[in-house]
Design a protein around this ligand. Sequence first.
Ligand SMILES: Cc1cc2nc3c(=O)[nH]c(=O)nc-3n(C[C@H](O)[C@H](O)[C@H](O)COP(=O)(O)O)c2cc1C
Length: 579
Amino acid sequence: MNMTEDGTVFDVAGPPDAPVVVLVHGLGLNRACWQWTLPALSDRYRVVTYDLFGHGQSAPPPETPSLSMFSRQLTGLLDHLDTPAAAIVGFSLGGMIARRVAQDAPQRISALAILHSPHRRSTKAQGAILQRVEQAKRDGPAATVDAALERWFTDGFRADNTEMMDLVRSWVTANPIEIYYKNYKVLADGIDEIVNPVPPLSCPALVITGDEDYGNGPEMSQAIAAEIAGSELHILKGLRHMALAEAPDQINAPLRGFLDRVVAAPPVMTDEDKRALRNAFGTFATGVTVVTTRQPDGTPRGFTANSFTSVSLDPPLVLVCIAKSAHSCDVFASAPHFAVNVLGEAQKAVSGLFASRAADKFELADWHSGHADMPVLDGSLGRFVCARHSVVDAGDHLVLIGRVEEYGVTDSQPLGYFRGSYFSIGLEDPLVDVASAGGTIAIGAVMERDQKVLLKRHGDGTYGVPMAAEDRNSLDGLVAGLKASGLNARLDYLYAVYRDSETAHHGIYYHGTVSGDPPSDMAYFALEDIPLDRIQSRAQRSMLARYREEFRHGSFGIYQGDESTGMVHQVAARQPSKH
Ligand SMILES: Cc1cc2nc3c(=O)[nH]c(=O)nc-3n(C[C@H](O)[C@H](O)[C@H](O)COP(=O)(O)O)c2cc1C
């Protein structure tokens, strides 16, 4: 028997690496009620069934039962199974729990199927269910079970399937009298907290009920579907509450079709596909921000983001995307406020710090509390303190949309990000100078191999980066010169433009990669071994010092980061990347 630490008993079926689908049963039942559904899913999905607290073999409720308690039970089960997100199929009370989880932890849900579940009841229907709760409290589950079977199965089916009726009756009557009515009360009272969710639920959703399901009829399912944009609605003809047992195919076919479309269908991207796409996204030059918030106990949290976008002026809205794999994703998904700090060109180290997974990011940064107690980074170019407007589930990211409540700007230069590297807009002016300057323009390159830099030794023992020869002073000339020395060189991007104030000469420096054994007057230097004091040109000295620094910042995350996402590693390796 599988059991979590909190006493939740569960079963798992289906291929180990398949997308996870969790089935949540209804009041008074247990995980065995999915026996008619399971065979339709378990060839393609990793199907998890479990007993709600106080039902079947699971432990009694650890506190007074509520939708939040059941929601925590489900996310705890996902944690136990190391499952970041799953499709949740909830029947009746299970459909209410699924909607509660979709509000509490939207990032844990890839799709929702809500079967025969209630929406707001009429006063009369609400009165009737409260009466049944009282009856269950007084007389236990046996008192209400026969009336329940009439609501759950059509008359003819009940008469012809007495064995199944006995089975379902045995499930219900097994509920302990002192617990059953408390769980029943959740079914009766929980509605208010899940109707009209704010922000609205946004994951793919399927809603099904029977047109004779009197307590959870078509108008209720319509109301549920109307609250979830893009949801699908199926009304089954001539069926009551437990269609999943009476006519399994009628539930299984639309359910399987839905899951195949929204959970299993998206083509699986290989790592190579993802890298190529990330590189393509990286051609869009952006600024860099650090998004901050506080978790409920007040601890500041933050991550570097270049996915920031202004959205609307009236109302004032902005968005930023956070990866579901980010440590702080859960905190941001439910935070009532967050702040976007736009970084200036001097804040490369801050970007590296907040792109890391270090636990003490805020101990290493200068910041203060701003509007709504949000952490605001000192020295930023701009800040937008936002109240949460909505959270949209989008593939492997969540889109956080915020309504700007307070903002401020300063007058400094921005930090830019393009193809996995930082850049400064400030480059433009020297470029214009160089283009218009008469006299000599030297062309050279910072050539890298395996995090080492190629330097040339001059006759006097000083060093410099490889330069194009005077008689072939061009990028092609630079590459050809290296080739003549037995090196294969490839230039990738403009790295620096300098005016050497000592010589009044201008220099244009590219970045590139190189391979091959260097000739006797050249050598590769590890970044920490670059002999800065023996670099002849002052401009080159400052450029190489900056290069070394950037590598440090870029590689900040490599030791602490999650390499599987490839993101932080890519920054370090100076490869183009999305982020
Ligand atoms: C320039 C840059 C931009 C980034 N943009 C984003 C982004 O928009 N969304 C995101 O989720 N991660 C982005 N990242 C990666 C996160 O900052 C990184 O995964 C960080 O570890 C998240 O922090 P956390 O795991 O503590 O939540 C970016 C990283 C860099 C260097």
